[in-house]
Design a protein around this ligand. Sequence first.
Ligand code: ADP
Length: 741
Amino acid sequence: MQLTNVPHLSSAARAVFEADGIEELYPPQVAAVEAGITEGKNLVASVPTASGKTLIATLAMISAIERGGMALYIVPLRALASEKRAEFAAFEEAGIEVGVSTGNYESTDEWLASRDLIVATSEKVDSLIRNGASWIGDITCVVADEVHLVDDAHRGPTLEVTLAKLMRISPAIQLVALSATVGNAPEIAEWLDAALVDSDWRPIELRRGVHYGNALHFDDGSTKELPVDATEDQTAAIVRDTLADGGSTLVFVNSRRNAEAAATRLAGVVGPDLDEATRDELADIADGLRSASDTETSSDLAAAVANGVAFHHAGLVNENRTAIEDAFRSRAIKVVCATPTLAAGVNTPSRRVIVRDWRRYDGSVGGMKPLSTLEVHQMCGRAGRPGLDPYGEAVLLAGSHDELDELFDRYVHADPEPVRSKLAVEPALRTHVLSTIADGFATTDDELLEFLDGTLYAAQAADQSQLAAVARRVTEYLIANDFLSRDGERLRATGLGHAVSQLYIDPMSAAEIIDGLRTAESDPTAFGLYHLVARTPDLYELYLRSGDYERYVDICYEREDELLGSMPSEFEDHAFEDWLAAVKTAHLLEQWADEVDEGQITDRFGIGPGDIRGKVETTEWLLEAAERLTMELELPGAPAIARARKRVSDGVREELLDLVAVENVGRKRARRLYDAGITSRTKLREADPAAVLRALEGRRRTTESILENVGHPDPSVDDVRTATPSTADDGEDQASLGDFS
Ligand code: ADP
């Protein structure tokens, strides 16, 4: 089918597609159009990676907008929101306004009401509904990307409930769900009352196979010689072979450490073969990576990238992750070693994919567990760049003949597993039952069950008794904690319950925080507050490693007075270990707020810079919620909480809080100014520019911009001479000072 034959598509929108090189639709896209995607019909598209799912969604959204409606695109990860936004921005040519709703959970983003197409995560959409965003009711078309993630225990329930809420708010809403090829696509289609496009079609041939001995064995029975030298391993041999053929390789491994180690090793394979021009380009990219964060992780990354290889995992700061993805797409980087969780959503096609590790450590089984077929298929789907590669190849690695057979059975010849709802467990239902009642979707137990009937869980479960039982337990928990009240049949959210729902925190987190604040005798300390929020289910605690136990038991008793709430006894194994893990997490947060170097913290705690950032952001959010809760309950402590929040947010001691409020002044610069006697914004505004320049180590451009930002009457340092050689053009930016950029 030609694009011109797609019904209900304006010529302006068509022009945008054509500018992107699209003329003829791919077969699954044709099926979607025939199912009425441009006429407002619901659709589930279960199609392999990189087979044009986004276009299906775009056709639906654009035609809905052209009918006068508004579209919402739900992404599974925050990191994907801006990527999708950039993709849809092309339609601004056709008069379509695109907006992204990210960030603060406690807002309604009213400015989005004027947008035609909005990109957001399911958590954000859920919070917008809870906070009563006026424009939610105007949405006429909603797309759920990667809908197979309803199977994810952490994030799946929110997606499920959010879709159920949207269907309730606007029963005529058009639903388009995009999914990887899964085992039970018809069931998902039935849940959403949607037509189904279930297809294995791919725009570029994908060959799946296993490397064993000195050959690749493919799914079609063919083999290809690929010898492994005595001095190298299978991965190195395959990377070398791909490179000789002008292709790139994506290597999936099972942990961050393995990603880093593999990248470092492969740098020795790829580096020697690079030409001058590529080396120069890579050296520039490596510089950028180093300056985005001054940690060992970043310098290891930069060293590997200078040799054409990168690692990619959640421990990297966002700037560096994006830089790597870009450089891999532009073909400067030849090999990326990635952990499975992250690379799943990112658009980084590659000639070859190697699934090096097919087992991963799983805490719940206390050992290694095989990856699911669906996950391995998703990884394999990254192989083959349309228009660039003649074909894609995805290979697993076997060390024995038995393993060769096992891998063929498990992954090459196997179908992906069915997707199952993870809704009927207490942690998931706590927050969703509260919001369902607070938002008025249900006012009695029966209505609650009726609402839950619109979820995938209800569509899948043979009998609803488990869901009903969990819902009842959760309701009682919420009543006991004063988030809900019962009056005869009628369930109502209390003022506190409304606040908790809108703050978007787990009610159990709220209960823990309230309990801790109630027991606080005087002003809580920052450490005590960090420990309190680290105990909540909304903040993942650091893991206690061997040797940590004694260390944190000591800290725990030394600082017992600062800790809020009642400490579990050492005989309560689990509870006490959790308490200690929270001590460790609080210790990290305190070090950050005490101005310890980012690099020292990552070394000391064995984590990546991205982890510090993640913990810091979550802590900020939870402390903001704690502040609101103290007001709601008229408890003391709000100013202390605000100070602890600002300190962790900027990574500074209390005396620097005033200075870091100036734009371009991060933790290190603030400290330098402070140590030079410029201890406040007022002093900075009145300071001798020469003194500021000295404090900032002769960096002229930085000095001028900071003086301008603080409103200094004469910010120029042109005439100032410095004893040390000064740099007119600053190479140093905030991030290289150990701050988050
Ligand atoms: P998915 O979302 O299924 O992983 P995408 O929608 O990102 O895959 O599509 C992969 C690539 O294929 C994109 O670069 C897109 O522009 C291109 N593409 C999609 N549909 C067509 C088409 N009909 N003709 C040509 N290119 C297409």
